[in-house]
Structures are given as C-alpha cells and as structure tokens.
Ligand binder design. Structure first.
Ligand code: 13P
Length: 274
C-alpha cells in the first residue's frame, strides 16, 4: 500500500518509566529488535518507518544510552518557549538540543487540561522551538463534549489557526520538515475508546484541507499527521490503512517493549518490500 510520507510510530511515555524501568525496557526491546525481521530493520534504517519514544526528562539520558545503535529517536514531552530565565520547573529547547534531543511534543491535551496550556502558549512554544531547530509534534483534538456538540471541525480549525497565524510564521515555513501534527481526540486518550478509522480519516482530512487552503497544497501533501488515542497493536493496521493517517502517537501501548515492537511490526507490513 502507498504511504507517501512513510510511517511514524511515536510513543509517549507520559509520567512513566524512571531510569531503572527505562533500562529494563531497552534491555528487552534490544533483544526483540535484534531478532526482528530484516524488513523492519531495513525500513527503520532507511527512515520510511520512523520510531521515536518521548521519555520523561530524567529518563532521557538513560534512554539515549540504551537506544545507542538502534534507529529509535528519543524525544521530550514538553519545553518552554524561552531559551533561559526565571521559569522555575521548566526546561528550554536549548537545553534539549544541548542534550542531543531533536524532537518535542507540544500542546498535548494533558498539558492543556492539567497545566493550563492555551492556544496562545502552544503557538509560542511551536514557533520558538521550531525556530531553534527542534522537530515539534503539535497535538490537537476535541473533547467528548465538543464532538457530541458537533464542534469537532470548529475546534480543530481554531487550534490550527492559533498556530498558523500568518504565512510568514515559523510553523508555516517548517511544514513538511520540522513540524508534525498529531490528531488526538481527548475522549480516546487512555480510555480504550479508539476513534474508528473513518473518524480518524475524517479529522485528518480536515487538518490536511486546512493546510492546503491556508498554506499550499504542496505543504499539506508533505505534512505528517499522526493519530493518537488508544492505539494498540490490534487496531494500528486499520488506522494506518487510512490514506491521511501517517502514523500513531501512542501512550499505553508504547510502555511495554513487546507491544511497542508489535506496533512497529504492524506498521512495517504496510510498507512495500523493495
Ligand atoms: P493512549 O495511547 O494511552 O490512549 O494515549 C494517547 C496519547 O495521549 C499519546 O500522546
């Protein structure tokens, strides 16, 4: 099947896996990776399948060390928009870069819900982190109440418009390279209620249409859009078969090595054998 943008399987560990558990994860993951198919290893090596794990800050060093030699990227779950300053408890993009971290999640619904992030702070983070050269995975999605009120499209367009304010913005300029979008319906996160492939495809089409109309059809075509919300090895194939779903942002099912590698196996089967 044709996946013109490849497939990206990103695991968001959230506040799970300290250093000890991170080491245990990779010890087992390396064994599974070493005995996995040559197709999986080759597609990871040629980047048509991209794998990343977004670890808690304190586990990042351990994850980087343990992942050494395997094509698994390690990312961070959040960063401040300023490079340094009086922002107690925060980490800057510059600090991530110094640490060899090149990818960061921005605007996850848990950050919006529990840590008062707004469309405006999400915009500031996205612009600043992209300007600094980080790859940003920008998360958007509607709540259950919003979906039930028929507001899904309006919410997605509002969240997107907040970030893509002008054609000159860094977010716009980096479409297709430094910016990945993740559609994560809040009602599907950690609930076991996955969006159906039809619901996911519909939302991804809304996002791609926005990018095409607001920016350019080329930028829209190049942009990787992930789906997140109760993705499992059982449902990943059906979701990835949607033409506009380019990968998954996975919470619970990325925590165990055997289920994370099962997600990669499910994904790679959709990529052609050369
Ligand atoms: P779950 O896969 O546990 O539903 O989490 C999704 C998510 O929030 C990934 O960022």
């Amino acid at each position: 099947m044709k996946k013109p943008r490849g497939i990206f399987i990103a695991g968001n560990w959230k506040m799970n896996h300290g250093v000890k558990e991170t080491r245990q994860f990779f010890e087992q993951f390396r064994r599974l990776y070493d005995s996995s198919s040559s197709h999986l290893q080759a597609r990871l090596a040629d980047h048509s399948l991209k794998a990343a794990l977004f670890a808690p800050y304190l586990s990042i060093s351990a994850a980087q060390g343990e992942a050494h030699g395997m094509p698994i990227h390690i990312g961070a779950q959040n960063a401040h928009w300023e490079k340094s300053g009086a922002f107690t408890g925060e980490i800057s993009g510059a600090m991530l870069l110094e640490h060899g971290i090149k990818s960061v999640l921005v605007g996850h619904s848990e950050r919006r819900q529990y840590f008062a992030e707004t469309d405006e702070t999400v915009r500031k983070k996205t612009e600043s982190l992209i300007e600094q050269g980080l790859e940003v995975i920008l998360c958007i999605g509607e709540t259950r109440a919003e979906r039930e009120a028929g507001q899904t499209e309006a919410v997605l367009l509002r969240q997107l418009s907040a970030v893509f304010q002008s054609a000159q913005s860094p977010a716009v300029r980096s479409l297709g390279c430094g910016l990945v979008l993740a559609y994560e319906p809040v009602w599907a996160i950690g609930t076991g209620l996955t969006a159906s492939p039809e619901q996911a495809e519909e939302a991804h089409q809304i996002i791609r249409r926005f990018l095409s109309e607001k920016l350019s059809p080329e930028a829209a075509e190049m942009t990787v859009i992930l789906y997140g919300g109760s993705v499992t090895p059982q449902n990943v194939t059906a979701l990835l078969q949607c033409p506009n779903v380019d990968g998954g942002l996975v919470g619970g099912a990325s925590l165990k090595p055997e289920s994370y590698i099962a997600l990669l196996h499910g994904a790679v089967e959709l990529l052609p054998h050369p």
